[in-house]
Design a protein around this ligand. Sequence first.
Ligand code: 13P
Length: 250
Amino acid sequence: MRDKIVAGNWKMNNDLAQTEDLLSNIKNLYKENEGVRVIVAPSFTNLYHSFESLRNSKIEVAAQNMNENSEGAFTGEVSARMLTSVGVKIVILGHSERRAIFKETDELLAKKVDAALENDMEVIFCCGEELNERKAEKHFEIVKQQLEKGLFHLSEEQWEKIIIAYEPVWAIGTGETASPEQAQEMHAFIRKSISEKFGSELANKIAILYGGSVKPGNAQEIFAKEDVDGGLIGGASLKAEDFMAIANAF
Ligand code: 13P
């Protein structure tokens, strides 16, 4: 059985006091559900505190990004070792906001993936097409390219640390969700692409999350699809009640 995962990407939201509040509400509402992992991804400045605050909880902490270099003159950047030294063992890489706003390329992301794996971290690797690409029916081609360039150089053993998040850019923060059928279609395509390169045994082990306007009202029907193994949640992860309702949608 694949892991089911619900991860909250808090993006650039929540100062320390707000982080404390949200974590305490999430902890209060959290009900352990065998086989379902719950992950929160606060900003860099709140990672240490979050890790401390969740020390006796099964809720896990992820970073939203990191630099591909191990150390050195990279003003303003954060390395994998800095993250692991405060207890963080999961990092989100390749989010569409990093790709679009901060111009992160597939080549750069491949280096970031390598750096994370060298530090024994798990990677939530994001992929997804923009609206014009879907309209031009290029969505499969785009997602396949992102996977090939970012992940297909990895060894089978390294794939054990990979979680994929399919986030169609047109569904992020827009209130417009991919239909459960559209999500399933792309998730099955992603699994098939991995299977063609690495075999079905490996492909069947990889958790593939859906992201883009997931809410308590639509989580259940999306998560019910065969190849959807959970969600990467933005806006709705900032409210403890909504986030935990989504986590309990399995
Ligand atoms: P929303 O859930 O706000 O659409 O954001 C999705 C996302 O970008 C998660 O990484």
